[in-house]
Design a protein around this ligand. Structure first.
Ligand SMILES: Nc1ncnc2c1ncn2[C@@H]1O[C@H](COP(=O)(O)OP(=O)(O)OP(=O)(O)O)[C@@H](O)[C@H]1O
Length: 601
């Protein structure tokens, strides 16, 4: 996590930027330019609100106009029908925006990727037609000459700049708080790999719901103020595709996933588009669209993550790839964590009569007509390394997915420490003590090794300091202390594997599922990882490992289970299993079994 000083610096920077805007707004003589400044700030607020959901969690929304429009219409209709002042109308709009966000999130978070993006597009469009159908084609805010201030109707447009700046500052402070908390780290983890985040104990639905509600609230507030500024609201002007697109464009151009992106994007693009429209709009109608189109092309060609990240990467590249805003490594290493085993002994010596830590019986999993797991029975003894092997497509990953809750078994029972765990979510299983790594390592590339691992240690910790302490423990255990502040994107394959291991260790699991942890490593690199895995077992972590590298497995595992076509075909001590003709046949084919029998090997 970023240090406190970096957080404070950013807070001061927000205040400084707001003051610069205020000074410019006060100095600019023409009310036309003052209105443009107010609009810049409102679009930056919409972009920053969009960023809280889409920038951090990666769930791209093409439909933020729905919140903006609901905020605008709440203010307009409240004033027309109930004489409600915008001072109250805007907070009411926020309530409507947050409620809409909660409903939309609950429905739409079932989807991911481009399905989510397209579904989001449907909301503002359907509401646009609904409002037209209800006869709200053009709603003008009544002019209140008798008491303008009570209805937010000011002679001086600079007052609107001040109000918009207050809103933007609140939104940026909130976004900064999110960015520097377990909330933001959890959203970033979801963005990189939602499944890995769940396996790290993160309740992904909870954080996504919070993000969309915050985002919807700020977008609605900005929409409400926009209605006050323009005094007229039409469905296409507040629910139209152009609104959602602009939120996206200013943020993508300025820098996605950073609080500064929407500010940079809106500050460059909105004045450019408005001034060109003012100067050449009569000769080149739609010139604003050209500006936004060019901004997208420039982003795609020169700065896919946006101007902010391009500049930051350039500056960081000159400093040499280290992340400087992270806290320094503690001078004295934290004491090695003590993991106590409730039953049995650590060190790969399972007690013969002890109840297995993990017990699977009759576990089947169907994918349509394919039986990926067929009545699998498996006992993992506490304190052992249990290898699961089998040819490609045998069902090994499906087995892990059912154990850690990604997939529900079609039949059978899974007991962990005597408790039936079928039906529990991955984050709940992680809390119980089941950790997991993945075949494909997906680090949070821009985050440091420490930050990557802190995400894993949020489970069962209440404070950020405790989470960081646990992350350090995990870092020391896998031997990545020196690399703690290096950006994960700069690690070697071996270091990435160790980091992934540390992330799974951070919540102090009792049982660790390692999915092909040795994949992609050179022969010389294997020993380092193998000794870490052995050490973990010696410290009391029970390990189930899937691996293709048979020699490495034979050196590591105390017990083998072999899967083929979803069924267990052998189970026992490594040597006994490896000489089993059914295993040789599954791996090498019938001819090898005959040859082995012939030669006696
Ligand atoms: N979500 C899914 N939908 C349909 N079929 C699936 C799904 N996941 C796995 N399968 C199928 O189930 C079978 C077992 O796959 P699984 O990935 O568990 O095998 P594996 O032993 O891990 O293979 P590998 O060693 O190649 O990773 C395969 O035939 C695979 O195509």
């Amino acid at each position: 996590m970023a240090s406190l000083s970096s957080y404070r610096r950013q807070q001061w920077l927000i205040v400084a930027v707001a003051l610069v805007y205020l000074t410019v707004a006060l100095l600019v003589p023409s009310s036309y330019y003052q209105l443009i400044i107010a609009q810049v700030v409102l679009w930056a607020t919409l972009g920053a609100a969009w960023n809280i959901l889409s920038g951090y969690s990666g769930l791209v929304s093409f439909g933020h106009a729905v919140f903006w429009g609901l905020g605008a219409y709440t203010v307009a209709l409240g004033m027309v029908f109930f004489n409600i002042s915008p001072w109250l109308g805007i907070p009411l709009g926020v309530v409507v925006g947050v409620t809409a966000a909660a409903i939309i999130g609950r429905i739409t978070f079932r989807l991911t990727g481009h399905y989510f993006a397209l579904a989001m597009l449907a909301y503002p469009l359907s509401i646009l037609y609904l409002f037209e159908w209800m006869g709200f084609q053009e709603v003008s805010l009544p002019i209140k000459r008798e008491n303008p201030v009570a209805y937010m109707q000011f002679q001086d447009p600079r007052v609107y700049c001040v109000l918009a700046l207050v809103l933007l500052t609140a939104c940026l402070f909130t976004a900064l708080r999110v960015e520097h908390s377990r909330f933001g780290m959890s959203l970033l983890a979801i963005k990189q790999n939602e499944r890995a985040a769940e396996a790290s104990g993160i309740n992904t639905l909870k954080w996504k719901m919070l993000a969309i509600m915050l985002s919807g609230g700020f977008a609605a507030a900005a929409g409400g103020l926009y209605a006050v500024l323009l005094l007229i609201v039409t469905p296409p002007s507040v629910f139209g595709v152009a609104v959602s697109s602009l939120a996206l464009i200013v943020t993508l151009f300025g820098g996605i996933g950073s609080i500064w992106g929407p500010v940079i994007g809106a500050s460059i693009l909105i004045p450019l588009a408005e001034v060109l429209h003012g100067e050449f709009g009569d000769k080149v109608p739609g010139i604003q669209g050209v500006v936004y189109g060019l901004a997208i092309i420039v982003t795609i060609l020169f700065a896919q993550q946006g101007v902010y990240w391009r500049v930051r990467d350039y500056l960081r590249g000159r400093r040499g790839g280290e992340l400087t805003e992270t806290a320094p490594a503690p001078e004295a290493e934290p004491a090695a964590p003590v993991i106590t085993l409730p039953v049995g002994k650590a060190g790969g010596k399972a007690s013969e009569n002890a109840e297995p830590m993990l017990q699977l019986s009759g576990v089947s999993r169907r994918f349509g007509g394919l039986l990926a797991l067929n009545e699998v029975a498996l006992n993992v003894q506490r304190g052992t390394i249990h290898g699961v092997i089998g040819p490609n497509g045998a069902g090994k990953t499906t087995l892990f997915n059912t154990i850690n809750g990604f997939l529900a078994p079609s039949a059978g029972s899974i007991r962990f420490e005597g408790r039936e765990v079928v039906g529990l979510r991955p984050d709940q299983l992680c809390k119980l003590g089941i950790g997991r790594t993945f075949q494909i390592v997906r680090p949070f590339a821009r985050m440091s090794v420490l930050q990557n691992i802190v995400v894993g240690s949020y489970v069962n910790t209440t404070s950020d300091a405790e989470a960081e302490q646990r992350a350090w423990e995990a870092i020391h255990r896998v031997g990545l202390t020196k690399e703690a502040h290096v950006a994960a994107g700069n690690l070697t394959t071996k270091q990435l594997r160790l980091m992934e291991l540390a992330r799974a260790l951070a919540p102090r699991p009792k049982l660790l599922l390692l999915d092909e942890t040795l994949a992609g490593l050179a022969e010389a690199e294997l020993d380092g990882i193998l000794s870490v895995v052995r050490q973990l077992c010696d410290q009391g972590v029970t390990i189930v490992i899937i691996e293709h590298t048979m020699q490495a497995m034979a050196r590591l595992a105390h017990h083998f289970t072999v899967l083929d076509h979803g069924s267990v075909i052998a189970d026992g001590a490594p040597q006994q299993v490896l000489n089993d003709p059914r295993v040789i046949e599954a791996y090498l084919g019938k001819r090898w079994v005959e040859r082995a029998a012939h030669t006696g090997t």
